[in-house]
Design a protein around this ligand. Structure first.
Ligand code: PMP
Length: 273
């Protein structure tokens, strides 16, 4: 196996990119081998039907591995989607507002529920913007750190919980945050958020760039979303881990469900497998 000045096989470089990350050589070699003939099927995974038994086994195997590695409880669905982290900004909002418990709460309140956002950098800001774009009502729980002199917002640390402006539980659909802001580098420890939020309010977390870097107490979350390309694999796959009760709908024909396109519908993916 040739190696260059970096000491890596195949003239590969040290890739510290915060974007798509390096994959282990053993994985790439396996993919290379399987590309011409995946396990005796006579074709690669790129050429076979995504509805075939062989492909089912691949996706079910990936789900089982993730469930084991992350200790995902049985009352959580693991879903593989497309659309990247950005697709999930919209999906989080649309799915939560289609879910029975959120709709019940909204009916009781008699007006639209609010979506709470911790804005700690550009990706959570992107999530907030997407909800506004879809007509949602948002509340900014924390917006970076304002400089005392200029009043300008910068994203270099997290304001203390005592300064957070969480909405009232009975008025809030969900609380959203990004655990690791890939561009600004601000990491928000999950324990701070899940301890601060009333347990009746689902916490939605974007873990695109720290997924699988440490154990997660999954049961404290309503849903976890993550684009695969940072920590898990190539771009194009998006992971969602969602508590199954949040997939409950009143009636498949209600307007709420009609408001969620199938490609962003967590329930549709969870039931289709
Ligand atoms: N969230 C985080 C934390 C990210 O780093 C990124 C960038 N990949 C996104 C969301 C957006 O993901 P995507 O590029 O897959 O749309």
């Amino acid at each position: 196996m040739p190696s260059n000045a970096t000491g890596l096989p195949y003239d590969r470089v040290w890739n510290f990119s915060a974007g798509p990350s390096a994959l282990p050589v053993s994985v790439l070699e396996e993919v290379q081998r399987d590309l011409l003939n995946y396990k005796g099927t006579g074709m690669s995974v790129m050429e076979m039907s995504h509805r075939s038994k062989v492909y089912d086994n691949i996706i079910n195997g990936a789900e089982a591995t993730l469930r084991r590695v992350l200790k995902v409880p049985d009352n959580y669905a693991i879903i593989f989607m497309q659309g990247g982290g950005t697709g999930e900004f919209a999906a989080s909002y649309l799915n939560l507002f289609a879910c029975k418990s959120v709709r019940d709460k909204q009916r009781k309140l008699g007006r639209p529920l609010t979506c709470d956002y911790l804005v700690t950098g550009s990706w959570s800001k992107g999530g907030l913007k997407e909800v506004k774009r879809l007509g949602g009502i948002t509340n900014v729980v924390v917006d970076g750190v304002k400089s005392a002199e200029s009043g300008a917002v910068s994203y270099h640390c997290l304001a203390p919980v005592s300064e957070w402006n969480l909405g009232k539980p009975e008025e809030t659909a969900f609380v959203y945050y990004c655990e690791n802001e890939t561009i600004h580098g601000v990491e928000t420890p999950s324990s701070l958020v899940v301890d601060a939020v009333d347990p009746s309010v689902p916490v939605i977390c974007d873990m695109s760039s720290n997924m699988l870097s440490r154990p997660i107490d999954i049961k404290r979350f309503g849903a976890i979303i993550a684009g695969a390309q940072k920590n898990m694999g190539p771009a194009g796959v998006t992971l969602v881990i969602v508590r199954k009760d949040l997939l409950e709908r009143e009636d498949p024909d209600t307007d709420a469900v009609r408001g969620v396109p199938s490609v962003l519908d967590w329930k549709y993916y969870a039931s289709a497998g």
